[in-house]
Design a protein around this ligand. Structure first.
Ligand code: NAP
Length: 273
């Protein structure tokens, strides 16, 4: 029996238990994947509990992706570059190994070529976006954030992995004209208390380049306010569903050695979509 969990807050909206149950069923492995809503101040104790109770591993989501770094004994190269993890293996000696499968999830959601992306947010998913974009050889990455100093500090730490990338950080924009990709890596628009919000002012879309793609990492609701506005302006949109499935596929493979079929995982969500 393989025991897995998702640690986050808020986390009850997550589709991950359905996806991983389908992956267990399809691969013939006995296992469980439970949601654990945990506040930042309790994350360390909760992880100790999982270690003591024989869990194989866990995912971490908002807001723990960065904090959990301090508890790891090692990170793989992609997680190192992103500076945060979303997937953790509990080793037999109780130590923790960290991986970042969000990078793959983001990368596999972006099929076109881009040269001047804008990211909103500077947390775990934004770091994964930097790693994914830099791996696609993008040399300019821009941020729109509420706390530029925090974002710049984060970028200083990861710049060594991306010496050729030029980062720009702003807390206000007057135009979207120069961007060919907008990635929302904030929770603004997500089901729950953020649902009515939008990370970019509606009026700014008047200035958007018609070729800009808008990728919202959020998958519930399937169409956030941001994606609705982008559609009104005739822009190409992508939501976080493909990313969700892709990151889960890789995480399941890390825990079990088996890569589950994409369509089986997608089908597991048919009652939700
Ligand atoms: P995180 O580490 O907590 O980062 C959230 C970021 O959003 C932070 O930079 C935070 O700003 C910013 N933010 C929060 N509230 C804000 C507000 N009211 N106004 C402006 N900025 C605000 O979370 P995360 O793990 O990166 O997740 C971010 C989003 O990506 C979530 O919606 C999550 O559901 C989504 N996501 C989707 C997938 C998928 O598989 N589709 C995977 C991962 C994440 P500060 O830095 O100032 O605190």
């Amino acid at each position: 029996m393989i025991k897995l969990a998702l640690l986050g807050h808020p986390v009850k909206h997550s589709f991950s238990p359905l996806i991983h149950s389908a992956a267990f069923k399809a691969s013939g492995i006995q296992g469980s994947y439970e949601i654990i809503d945990v506040m930042p101040e309790n994350i360390e104790d909760k992880i100790k509990e999982l270690i003591n109770n024989g869990y194989r591993g866990f995912n971490v989501t908002i807001p723990h992706k960065v904090a959990v770094n301090d508890l790891l004994s090692e990170r793989n190269e992609i997680a190192d570059k992103a500076g945060c993890v979303n997937t953790v293996i509990i080793n037999s000696d109780g130590t923790l190994s960290g991986y970042n499968t969000d990078v793959y999830g983001i990368s596999s959601s972006l099929s076109d070529n881009y040269s001047n992306p804008l990211i909103t947010g500077a947390g775990g998913a934004a770091r994964a976006a930097v790693a994914a974009l830099a791996d696609k050889n993008i040399k300019n990455i821009n941020f729109l954030v509420r706390n530029p100093d925090k974002c710049s500090n984060m970028l200083r730490k990861i710049q060594k992995f991306y010496p050729d990338v030029k980062f720009s950080v702003k807390d206000k924009l007057i135009s979207l004209e120069s961007f060919d990709l907008l990635i929302n890596a904030t929770p603004l628009g997500m089901t729950g208390s953020f649902v009515d919000l939008c990370p970019v002012e509606r009026e700014l879309f008047e200035t958007a380049n018609k070729n800009m793609t808008v990728f919202d990492l959020i998958y519930t609701p399937d169409k956030t306010n941001l994606l609705k506005v982008a559609e009104e302006y005739g822009l190409k949109t992508i939501n976080g569903l493909n990313m969700l499935i892709r990151q889960a596929q890789k995480a399941f493979e890390i825990w079990t050695g088996i890569l589950p079929d994409y369509d089986i995982l997608l089908n597991s969500l048919k009652t939700k979509l």
